[in-house]
Design a protein around this ligand. Structure first.
Ligand code: NAP
Length: 502
């Protein structure tokens, strides 16, 4: 099984020891990043394996490989030999591994490592992307057959992440450590077992004096408790969410909590992806069973679907995909999630006699408009891009306008309920307000589908004017419950909800 290796980046050995003891139960081993130690401490590194119980990797990462070591190669080699020097104590007190870069050709170091029972990890780090022939490079990396090959690469796109999974497949049987750094690569850190990677690196979070060892490292708690890293095997069912940039999503918390509470051998992973096409190829490579689809892909996903639910056909937006033997099937759970939430909020069974303003004409606005129509409401659609407002409104004979002064004036006739569906005001841009020109009277019922932040700028303004307000969290949970049924069949286990904290 792939192990969890905690990257220790403290300034002193005592601090690294303290941190490792804190996480001892969650990790299998540690990497001592000598390059992060204070210069005086670096001469004492030989003691570290004796100070801790877990096996330790000795690493002195150069600045050009993403580390903090700025001295010359001579100084680095002397430090490495100091770390590998024979100790009077038995072999268990040696470093278990030493990380030597591909271009570091010092036979005496290799000999010392082999003599004193330290395994060599032969590594390369690429912050410029993922090369085409990653598998070839991995195979050629080792200076001796007993070494472990390691590639840590920084993909610039989802297409480059695919190369890493392909390289893993092509180098099956090779003892290796393989991972992607950065935002696109989080999935490779969680799915280390699938990649055949010897280990995954974890970072300490929330300790100001411990900088991350590399971009994108997850903390042990996230790996063990949240993604249940220890239970992931090739049989684990993989689900996820695709979107871009995918900065604010609570879906992984929702699904992983439910999977864990039900003891299901399944994991739900965020896949921030700059290309839907690349994500769909990755989905095939890793056997993804189903996914939530979010901004900006709810419409772009349609051509990939072999079969669409009636709602997807009607709304022309899809937020849920499921792998079936004949191809991908698309569903839309935003629609019922939204209308359940709105009706519950206003305490009604339908929208007869209600005049509604819909702000936005994107993927989720399509679901909102369809539901407002189905529930017999009359609506005005306002959107920044005029033709999209027109196209959304036309089939329902709704009014439409731009998100401008005229639109704000028209709202006075459609102000029983205001539904905000754009991404404006979402984290991190929390002070943005898509409806700056509109002054609330205090009589409107206002629903903003954004749930991060909890109260958007627009909702705060509405509340100050006396309106009743609701954010998108309740809708998120409701649509996720429908999504759960799509992914796994059967009813959502509602009794679990009360124990969930997202
Ligand atoms: P989308 O398809 O990308 O649509 C984005 C919408 O926002 C479009 O109407 C777009 O207008 C508008 N917009 C973007 N930037 C703007 C700006 N600077 N000024 C004015 N308008 C702007 O996204 P989506 O999937 O519909 O999602 C939209 C929001 O709904 C997100 O915040 C998402 O988190 C939220 N949402 C919540 C739930 C939930 O369960 N609570 C479910 C789904 C979505 P243009 O047409 O002019 O580009």
């Amino acid at each position: 099984m792939a192990r969890i290796c905690l990257c220790l980046t403290g300034k002193t050995l005592a601090r690294d020891q303290e941190i490792l003891e804190k996480y001892e139960k969650q990790v299998d081993m540690a990497e001592l990043r000598v390059d992060c130690l204070d210069p005086d401490e670096r001469f004492l590194i030989r003691r570290f394996p004796e100070m801790v119980k877990a096996p330790v990797i000795l690493t002195i990462r150069r600045e050009r490989d993403g580390g903090f070591f700025v001295g010359g190669e001579g100084a680095r080699i002397i430090l490495l030999s100091k770390g590998l020097a024979f100790a009077e104590a038995d072999r268990r007190h040696n470093f278990a591994y030493v990380d030597l870069e591909e271009d570091l050709n010092v036979p005496s170091l290799e000999e010392a490592a082999r003599t004193f029972g330290t395994r060599i990890i032969r590594s390369f780090h690429d912050y410029q992307g993922v090369e085409q022939n990653l598998a070839g490079r991995l195979r050629a990396l080792r200076h001796g057959g007993d070494e472990i090959a390691k590639a840590a690469v920084m993909p610039r796109s989802m297409a480059e992440v695919i190369r890493v999974y392909e390289a893993a497949r092509e180098t099956r049987g090779l003892e290796k450590i393989l991972l992607c750094m950065g935002d696109y690569g989080g999935n490779t850190r969680i799915l280390a077992e699938l990649l055949g990677s010897h280990l995954t690196y974890a970072a300490v979070k929330g300790e100001a004096d411990m900088p991350p060892g590399a971009p994108g490292q997850l903390c042990p708690k996230e790996l063990v408790d949240f993604y249940r890293f220890r239970t992931i095997t090739p049989k684990t069912r993989i689900f996820g969410i695709v979107g871009f940039p995918l900065t604010a999503t609570s879906s992984p918390a929702f699904f992983n909590t439910i999977f864990s509470q039900q003891n299901l051998d399944a994991v739900y992973i965020p896949f921030p992806s700059d290309s839907l096409e690349a994500f769909m190829r990755l989905a095939d490579l890793i056997g993804l069973e189903g996914a939530s689809v979010t901004i900006p892909y709810k419409e772009e996903i349609l051509p990939y679907l072999k079969l669409r639910s009636e709602k997807v056909d009607f709304i022309k937006a899809c937020n849920t995909i499921l792998r079936r033997p004949g191809g991908w099937v698309g569903a839309n759970t935003d629609a019922l999630g939204f209308s359940d939430s709105l009706l519950n909020f206003i305490g009604a069974k339908n929208l007869k006699g209600k005049r509604v303003t819909i702000i936005g004409a994107g993927g989720v606005a399509r679901a909102v408009a369809a539901e407002v129509y189905r529930l017999k409401g009359k609506a005005l659609v306002l959107n920044r891009t005029l033709f999209r407002a027109r196209d959304l409104a036309a089939p329902y004979r709704f009014a439409w306008s731009g998100l401008d002064g005229r639109g704000a004036d028209l709202m006075s006739r459609y102000s029983d309920i205001i539904i905000q569906t754009t991404s404006v005001g979402m984290e991190p841009d929390v002070n943005a307000d898509p409806l700056e020109l509109y002054k609330f009277t205090g009589k409107e019922v206002v629903m903003d589908l954004i749930y991060k932040p909890e109260t958007s700028h627009l909702l705060r303004r509405a509340a100050q004017a006396g309106c009743s307000i609701r954010n998108g969290y309740d809708m998120l949970i409701r649509q996720a419950q429908y999504q759960y049924t799509q992914f796994l069949g059967g009813d959502f286990p509602a009794q679990l909800m009360s124990r969930m904290i997202i």
